[in-house]
Design a protein around this ligand. Sequence first.
Ligand SMILES: Nc1ncnc2c1ncn2[C@@H]1O[C@H](COP(=O)(O)OP(=O)(O)OP(=O)(O)O)[C@@H](O)[C@H]1O
Ligand SMILES: [Mg+2]
Length: 502
Amino acid sequence: MSQIVLKMEGINKSFGDAKVLKDVPFELKHGEVHALVGGNGAGKSTLMKIMTGVYTLDTGKIYVDGEETVITKPLDAKNKGIGMIFQELSLIQTLTVSENIFLGNEIINHGMRDTKAMNQKSKEVLDKLGIDVDPDTRVDTLSVGMSQMVEIAKAVSKDAKILVFDEPTAALSDSETARLFEMIGQLKKEGVSMVYISHRMNEILKIADRITILKDGEHVITEQISNMTLDKIVSYMMGGSQGGGSKFEWVEREYDQNAPDVLTVEHLKINNKISDISFSLKPGEILGFAGLMGSGRTEIMETLFGLRPKLGGKVFLEGKEIHVKDTKGAVKAGFALIPEDRRKEGLVLIHTIKHNATLSILDKLTKKKVFLDEKKANAIVNGNMKQLNVKAEGINQEIGLLSGGNQQKVVIAKWINSSPKVMMLDEPTAGVDIGAKGEIIKIIRSYADQGHGVLFVSSELTEMMAICDRIITIFDGRITGEMSRRDIKSEEELQNAIQRSE
Ligand SMILES: Nc1ncnc2c1ncn2[C@@H]1O[C@H](COP(=O)(O)OP(=O)(O)OP(=O)(O)O)[C@@H](O)[C@H]1O
Ligand SMILES: [Mg+2]
């Protein structure tokens, strides 16, 4: 079956002076999974937001089932059976799972919202997708991964025949990702057509039927996935200039193994499960925590950063015991945390790039405690933008308007600027394109080279293998092993170590 369910022709879109999409075509066949790929800021989310009525096109045409269709608001798209799972989670934090699923679609009985019926129906959808969450739970108590699954359930519950997934797996664990892929396979069988945006090329090669690649707002190629390879995709994305960006080579780093610890953690207790964590970190060392989602990696970092109370144990920074009560105290002591979910702790979206990138060093930039040293701030932030290759109109642009990957780069800049003694990174490259990933890894390594300590968590083992000097494995809240990077021969070996419970 190769019936075309949706076609976009000559799509143009500008924001102010910035031309973001230039004559872009796009086509979706019945029951296909169509990957949409390109570097950060290439225009993927924008193209899909035009298709779903979040943005309106400047010029161009959209056909649904062969019929020219005007889509100027989300309702137009919804009426045509088009749904989208957004890159930025769109759930309302203070509502329950089921209230979110039925938002704008409430079941009304005798003029009242029928919570019971909505919970019941939500449960059906969640069960069908194998998502284990009580529909009555408030969304702000869910993990990032679980919120993402609920977001997907919400879109699927509307019986869409076209579904757009914008980086659905950036916050998912391996098992959640596997479940999502099963779900996509199921929807495909039901004849749903899907657009799948991701920076994880292995996922694209695994589940897509066709691929469209964008570069700087222009269409590069649309092709059967069977005619593509990883190297080909990367070279189309990067314009042939950075084909090597997809490979991260580990290079052994030098640091003084006998130097006194920059960080020592003794018998840290966070809750009943994570109750005895001990490790140490040398200046200049990059220490990775490897484990499954939910193993406790994030919680350890959050506790050191004062986001969770410490129930027991001791923490020493440069040999001195510290008692961190909140994040302010943690920053003051010399910690930084680049969080898994930038929306929760990383950025103020309505503020400028400059404001966000200097948030962590305001006191250092403030003259006589009143005025911001604009010149110095500008120099620092312009330097960040260049170093991290942030795509934006300028440092005074509102950060919420940047593409997802570019926002993440600003989070990294913000914390590098604060020059912490111990930098903690939790999935720092989620949503970052393959070229910039290599850049970020280089930046983290050079930060460590200056004698700072780095704690690193990533669910992408390739990345752990490329960056860490030493890796501690965690299973279900317990440290189960420790390996020097030098001794790890393959990714499989690390994978196996992570899955062992003792
Ligand atoms: N509302 C907006 N106002 C101004 N500029 C915008 C707006 N939305 C997007 N842009 C700009 O349009 C360009 C394309 O952004 P888009 O979000 O489509 O990229 P993307 O391909 O999805 O990237 P990523 O992989 O990082 O998510 C970027 O330069 C971005 O800053
Ligand atoms: Mg995007």
